[in-house]
Design a binder for this molecule. Structure first.
Ligand SMILES: Cc1cc2nc3c(=O)[nH]c(=O)nc-3n(C[C@H](O)[C@H](O)[C@H](O)COP(=O)(O)O)c2cc1C
Length: 161
């Protein structure tokens, strides 16, 4: 049965779209930043483009804008605690401190991630209260483990084959 579209129903509908969980990081003149994100997808194969939707108030957004690059670290189920760290409002520069990471093309990649991609920013497009950041992938890598999942507003561990 159709219901009148509102914020609550919007959350319920898209909450049924199970996703992985990633951390978007960047490192620029003002320091480092990072945020948990699931509004992430691959966009193009030629060229290799990925996009992430970043809330306009997220402190990571100006860092991405100023540095002109961002990295995606896709979290494993063993890294749920990191999703909490990067979803928090800890002082922005503190988030990466204490989290083991290394730089690829000047972008912070979280150690132990299931997979990662380093992107040069190609476009920022307004999308309501979010901004769509489109990046060209300049480096990628694979790690090990099982994915961390986000479904119905909660984390889940992979129970697949
Ligand atoms: C599972 C999960 C997924 C999230 N996905 C996004 C997202 O795709 N885009 C976004 O802007 N915020 C997303 N958030 C919220 C941000 O992580 C949160 O606002 C964070 O505090 C932003 O950090 P910053 O202000 O340091 O940039 C998500 C949070 C969680 C827990």
């Amino acid at each position: 049965m159709a219901r009148h579209p509102d914020h609550e129903l919007f959350r319920e509908v898209f909450g049924r779209f199970a996703t992985g969980v990633a951390v978007i990081t960047s490192y620029g003149p003002a320091g480092s930043g990072g945020m948990t994100a699931n509004a992430l997808c691959s966009l193009s194969l030629d060229p290799l483009l990925a996009l992430v939707c970043i809330e306009n108030r997220a402190r990571t957004l100006p860092i991405v804008r100023e540095s002109g690059r961002f990295a995606v670290s896709i979290l494993s189920s063993a890294q749920e605690h990191l999703a909490g760290v990067f979803a928090s409002k800890l002082p922005e520069g503190d988030k990466l401190e204490g989290v083991q990471h290394h730089l690829e093309h000047g972008m912070p990649i979280i150690d132990g991630a299931l997979a990662w991609a380093a992107c040069e920013l190609r476009d920022l497009i307004a999308g309501g209260d979010h901004t769509i950041a489109i990046g060209e992938v300049v480096a990628m890598g694979l790690g090990g483990g099982e994915p961390l999942l986000w479904y119905l507003g909660r984390y889940h561990a992979w129970k697949g084959r």
